[in-house]
Write a protein that binds this ligand. Structure first.
Ligand code: HXC
Length: 514
């Protein structure tokens, strides 16, 4: 028996070297970690249980019958993050450039199927040259098998993709279906066709980095939700994200102990909104004062910065925050902001994460670029997402809530559970100047002193509409609150909403305006 055990250990040790020490060294020389080093950094020490370490490819064309590496370029197994279980795979670039063979795909599919049965998150560490060219259509089939699992697992367990090297061709569509994509600056890239094909087809000259690097996807395309300077920081932030999430759609989010007596009034809230309603302010200051330990984990921080989304704890509970950012484009809703926030709302709703909406929005962005780009159908995504969400939903209007954007941003009418406003709130069909110029057009034009008439009408409009009291009289606002009490009020409300049950009508699935 001892011999057999020794042989097993030897085989495992060899398998753990993947494509060999030389290739691991060349991975290090590129500033990248090996597939195993990444797993070690990601999960709790000693918690990784590997499966399928001896799986090999079954291909023989192009000399593959003479090249076998145990594990076939991907490490798969189960582990823990802060004591909670996850399933993972980590592609090994040292074996055929991490390319995906039939056997490689089968290993990933096995992990995904098991994670679905166990109800635990799936984390994919991607570093791959794509479909294994020598295997042809079989490897394309392997990708499609993964895409199917990604789709079936969507909304069942959280799925996280971490891009730590190349991710090209159709391979990008697995990360794209998952809930969150992490990338590393200067060492990961994603594109459907690389710079050479782009040059041939469109005659554009573009570098790998500009076409599909982390910065590009974090700011221009919105494909990447998180980017970091290096792999260590990236993997530590995957751990951080997991700590806000439930294991699956039936599970509750991890809740931290919380001492309710520690909540105090916060007078700093009173100094944030400028006296001039057209002056911007930083909504993140409000968020930081509201959440536990001032700790806000922002998602998509570089994309559509006119809206802020992210996770935090309030009273120890995980919540998702969606907030207009008056500091960028006055917090207006445009195509990218609508798409970004709609997807975040749907993620939170799928996984029972209560929502907090902080609202200061002058409306939807006007202009041909937006109209021709489809702001109607994209804005409708956010409206649809809030309306269909059945998780606890609270809105706090800090200043402007104008026009359609008032309805969209989790208004009472689309099932906001508790809708609060600060006394600085302005809730109306449109801003005072635009409104007055339309409804008092004739009076102003016919007045002997049009400027004075405009000022008078503006004052009248502001007095009547630019406040939260009419909405509160109707019950559209449940309470106008003293800003200093905001944290106390919101935590108490989230606690109250813990027993909330709401359902949508039975159907196959809705038809969100994609
Ligand atoms: C088989 C591959 C491979 C692949 C890389 N290798 N990609 N083997 N199939 N797809 C091998 C290389 O032959 C090499 O083997 C080793 O991996 C490392 O590759 P290098 O080229 O030396 O590394 P590097 O210079 O870092 O370049 C990495 C790379 C490049 C940018 C990923 O290898 C590359 O462009 N590969 C092809 C990418 C691609 O077009 N894939 C198909 C995409 S389409 P040796 O033995 O020399 O070390 C696709 C379809 C999916 O994936 C469809 C889903 C629907």
């Amino acid at each position: 028996m001892k011999n057999k055990i020794d042989e097993l250990l030897k085989k495992k040790e060899k398998a753990k070297l993947g494509g060999g020490q030389e290739k691991i060294d060349s991975q290090h020389a590129k500033g990248k970690l090996s597939a195993r080093e990444r797993v070690e950094l990601l999960v709790d020490e000693g918690s990784f249980e590997e499966i399928d370490i001896f799986v090999k490819h079954r291909a023989s064309d192009f000399g593959l019958n003479k090249q076998h590496f145990a594990g076939d370029g991907v490490i798969t197994g189960f582990a823990k993050i802060d004591g909670r279980p996850i399933a993972l795979y980590s592609q090994d670039f040292t074996v055929f450039g991490g390319s995906l063979s039939e056997a490689h795909a089968e290993k990933i599919v096995k992990i995904m199927d098991t994670a679905m049965k166990l109800g635990i998150p799936i984390i994919g560490l991607n570093d791959s040259g794509g479909a294994r060219i020598q295997e042809g259509v079989v490897s394309l089939g392997g990708y499609a098998d993964i895409f199917l699992r990604n789709t079936l697992a969507s909304g069942v367990v959280p799925q996280i993709s971490v891009i730590l090297g190349p991710c090209a061709g159709g391979a990008v569509y697995s990360p794209a279906i998952t809930d969150f994509v992490f990338m590393v600056k200067n060492s990961s890239y994603m594109f459907v066709t690389g710079p050479n094909v782009v040059k041939t087809v469109t005659h554009e000259e573009v570098s790998f980095e500009d076409l599909g690097g982390a910065e590009t996807h974090a700011s221009k395309s919105g494909v990447a939700h998180f980017i970091f300077d290096n792999e260590v920081e990236t993997l530590l932030n995957v751990r951080r994200l997991i700590n806000f999430l439930p294991l699956n759609f039936r599970d509750k989010c991890p809740e931290l102990d919380f001492n309710f007596k520690s909540i105090k009034r916060e007078e700093k809230f009173n100094d944030i909104i400028p006296d001039n309603p057209n002056k911007p302010y930083d909504m993140k200051k409000i968020i930081e004062l509201l959440v536990d330990q001032n700790d806000f984990f922002e998602v998509h921080s570089g994309f559509a910065e006119n809206i802020i989304v992210g996770f935090a704890k309030m009273g120890g509970m995980s919540i998702g925050i969606i907030a207009n950012q008056p500091e960028v484009l006055a917090g207006v809703l445009d195509i990218n902001a609508s798409v970004k926030s709609a997807r975040f709302v749907r993620f939170c709703d799928a996984f029972n994460i209560p929502l907090l909406v902080l609202e200061d929005v002058p409306g939807f962005l006007p202009g041909t670029e937006q109209e021709w780009g489809g702001i109607i159908r994209h804005g409708a995504k956010l409206l649809y997402a809030f309306a269909e969400a059945t998780v606890p939903k609270i809105t706090l209007i800090t200043r402007k809530a104008y026009g359609g954007a008032y309805d969209v941003m989790n208004s009472k009418h689309i099932r906001g559970d508790f809708n609060y406003a600060w006394p600085s709130a302005e809730i109306a069909v449109m801003g005072p100047k635009g409104a007055v110029e339309i409804i008092f057009k004739k009076e102003i034009a016919n007045s002997p002193n049009p400027d004075e008439e405009l000022d008078n009408k503006l004052a009248e409009y502001i007095e009547k509409f630019a406040n939260p009291y009419i909405a509160a009289e109707r019950g559209y606002i449940d309470e106008i609150i003293d800003p200093a009490d905001s944290r106390i009020k919101l935590i108490k409300t989230f606690q109250l909403l813990k027993t909330k049950v709401d359902n949508n009508p039975k159907k196959k699935h809705g038809n969100i305006p994609l």
